[in-house]
Ligand binder design. Sequence first.
Ligand SMILES: [Zn+2]
Ligand SMILES: [Zn+2]
Length: 348
Amino acid sequence: MKAYQVVENGKPLEKKEVDTPIPTGKEILLKTVSCGVCHSDVHIHDGYFDLGADMKLPMPLAEPLTMGHEIFGEVVAIGDEVSSVNIGERYVAYPWIGCGNCDLCNSDKTHYCLNNSNLGINVSGGYGDHVLVPAEKYLFDAGDTPHSLAGSYACRGLTAFSALKKAAPFDQNGSLVIVSAGGLGLLALKIARAAYDINPIVIDIDDEKLKVAKNLGAVEIINSSNEGAAEKLMEITNGGANAIVDFVGAEASVNLGYQSLAKGGTLVVVGLFGGQITIPLPLLTLTEKKILGSYVGSLGEMRELMKLVSNGKIEPVEVESRNVSEANRTLKEMKNGDLQGLVSLTHD
Ligand SMILES: [Zn+2]
Ligand SMILES: [Zn+2]
């Protein structure tokens, strides 16, 4: 099989010929139909996260890695203990796979497991033309979802869904603020409409992207680079937002979000842009504001999300499909902020 691998952090991926895995026991072999390029891939490729103040969180490679954790594939071979999955069927693979034996794994938190083998992060993923999935419980039907989008529900869709759950409840239009009108922000907007039947306020620094968000149902849009943006947000939320989900995670966006929260409000930080913020601790106490991190989501949340997806409840977002040979160009454009929406890779 062919795989595009990170051989050295930050250097272009290399096309390699590797052995095609043979599934045994509970394992399933998928032929990759499409694999989303997620912003985490940029950090995995670089080998670090930016912690701000010139600090980095390193994530060095142990060995060459086939990235790609937003996998949609067709079953081409199964182990002898697989019972409910058949050759020829197509599925989204849940990539956040734990050891299966620890307290976290036993309480539906395999995505927190310290001995994880996450597809495309610790073990081979969808930048290869075949992917080995350890068990059928990690596979989900996507209904009539476009092939190019389906895999993205396993990371970006799940991330948005889990973050919205942490920020809920939302009682009316405008009771949720989404920071970012990029690919993930728009996906969250559509999931909020499907799962909670509300139209959010959307914040971004790009008027073109904000226009798209407005057309997709944002009840209000705010360009946070304009003067008076914070005041405008306070005004339309009647003195402060109850729920903000920040898909950027930059110092400026998190500061704006934290300051714009109502008493008792919740700010969920999802984006990994990087940096640091300073909070006066007595104000944290006095205002009872909550600031939470959210990273991907549990298998149980994936099940809930994929029920909405396979029933056609979530309006699809547009995805640009590219051949996997364009993986390097795609990562570079994503890193530079030059991609407008979602991109997925095919192996045809
Ligand atoms: Zn575990
Ligand atoms: Zn991802």
